[in-house]
Design a protein around this ligand. Structure first.
Ligand SMILES: Cc1cc2nc3c(=O)[nH]c(=O)nc-3n(C[C@H](O)[C@H](O)[C@H](O)COP(=O)(O)O)c2cc1C
Ligand SMILES: [Fe+2]
Ligand SMILES: [Fe+2]
Length: 399
């Protein structure tokens, strides 16, 4: 993808990883691919903001080259050292001999650990800035959103916030701006990204958004290092970040289960029927057939979390166990849950489920049946779903 102008003298020069399908090891299924955005500013000091993943150096360098000779780069800003943004850094350092590097002290330490090089480094933090000619770039450190080294860079001259992983989406496209793609797809990817990357940091995100809003920045573009540049929907994405980070939930329920011989699945279907009979939205997820990434995205703002598993060798089944292990890290709040499942003789699965994520939700009494559920037991499942939906609705009224 060639370099693209996003504002006068500012080019997107990053790379597109069209067919990346597993990001962060196997934790994030990126079914629309990934981009590694990097921005080149032509001013008195030619400045590069962030680099790309290792393996994409050529694309980045070619893009820079199409605009300006890379050796002319005077400043490189490292907003975040994770390898998807810093992998090309050592190569870029070699071809930009006069470049001075700016980032947090944590970023410098991290780059040294990864690559053994950090270049001619100036440590920066919130309140400090860099004049590059017409522009003064302000640094806003955002520690633990989502790594200790993370920061944003703001150009008041251009009214652009370079937000690195903040406001990102994993969405490979040759389009550059939010209004050039389908809005529903964009927001779906933004929510998935939040749920899978930023959810554990809600408190920090919320506090930082508050602090940033006090700075009264004039923002016309948010240029993240993944996905589309926000131009038309800035208010919408900000509002969504406020909503997600405040643990707000919709009146809806995710019913997530795993089964061997479908007894637990029969229970799950009846529970869903019971929930929806009260007019509450419920989605049934067989955890073995859905990407964890998508289920987590739905659960991000679902008030009800219901989990089912049959018992296997004295434990819950392994795929749901993995999913719950992932959810445990979300640090979610304000959910309502219950566990259910079919078993043969010992039935540990429901207790296993409760124990696995007791840090993020509290459980009502569980529902268990031996082997294949009878009609009467299926009715109990329906009633349990109905009662659960009522509880969710009533609580919303109190709020
Ligand atoms: C390999 C295997 C191991 C099992 N281990 C247990 C067990 O340790 N404790 C128990 O209560 N049931 C155990 N069961 C019985 C199942 O939990 C029971 O058949 C249940 O109805 C399966 O529900 P499902 O159709 O939703 O998978 C086991 C079944 C299989 C196939
Ligand atoms: Fe990151
Ligand atoms: Fe990233």
């Amino acid at each position: 993808m060639p370099a693209r102008l996003i504002k006068d003298d500012i080019y997107a020069v990053g790379a597109i990883h069209w067919n990346e399908r597993r990001f962060h090891g196997h934790t994030y299924v990126t079914k629309r691919g990934v981009t590694y955005n990097s921005y080149l500013i032509l001013d008195e000091k030619v400045t590069l903001i962030d680099t790309v993943r290792k393996g994409f150096e050529r694309e980045l360098i070619d893009n820079i080259q199409s605009v300006i000779e890379p050796s002319k780069i005077d400043a490189i800003i490292i907003n975040h050292i994770e390898p998807d943004h810093s992998g090309a850094f050592p190569e870029i350092l070699k071809i930009c001999p006069k470049a001075k590097i700016y980032g947090t002290e944590k970023a410098r330490q991290g780059l040294l650990k990864y690559y053994g090089v950090s270049g001619d480094w100036t440590a920066v933090k919130s309140g400090q800035n860099l004049n590059i000619g017409k522009r003064t770039l302000d640094f806003i450190d955002v520690p633990m959103i989502h790594w200790p080294d993370s920061m944003f860079t703001y150009s008041a001259y251009d009214k652009i916030l370079f937000s690195n992983d903040g406001f990102g989406q994993h969405y490979a496209t040759n389009k550059i701006f939010d209004d050039e793609v389908d809005f529903a797809v964009l927001m779906d990817e933004a929510q998935k990204y939040y749920a899978n990357i930023l959810w554990p940091f809600n408190a920090l995100v919320s506090a930082k958004l508050g602090a940033i809003s006090k700075l009264n920045l004039n923002i016309e573009l948010i240029a993240p290092s993944h996905g589309l540049v926000w131009r038309k929907h800035i208010a919408k994405t900000m509002q969504k970040y406020l909503y997600w980070s405040s643990h707000s939930c919709k009146n809806r329920v995710a019913v997530v289960y795993e089964t061997m011989w479908r007894s637990t699945e029969k229970m799950a279907r009846k529970i869903v029927d019971g929930i929806t009979s009260e007019g509450v939205e419920a989605v049934l997820f067989d955890v073995t057939k859905n990407d964890r990434t998508d289920i987590a995205s739905y659960m991000l703002d679902a008030k009800g979390w219901v989990f089912g598993s049959s018992t296997h060798d004295g434990e819950m089944l392994p795929v749901i166990a993995g999913f719950l292990h992932f959810l445990k890290g979300s640090k979610a709040k304000g959910r309502k849950s219950f566990a259910f499942g079919s078993y043969g003789w010992s039935g540990e699965a429901t207790k296993d489920i409760e124990d696995a994520i007791s840090n993020v939700t509290s459980f009502d009494t569980s529902l268990r049946v031996v082997f294949n559920p009878t009609e009467e037991e299926l009715n109990q499942c329906f009633e349990a779903g109905k009662a659960f939906a009522l509880k969710i609705k009533n609580e919303e009224e109190i709020l």
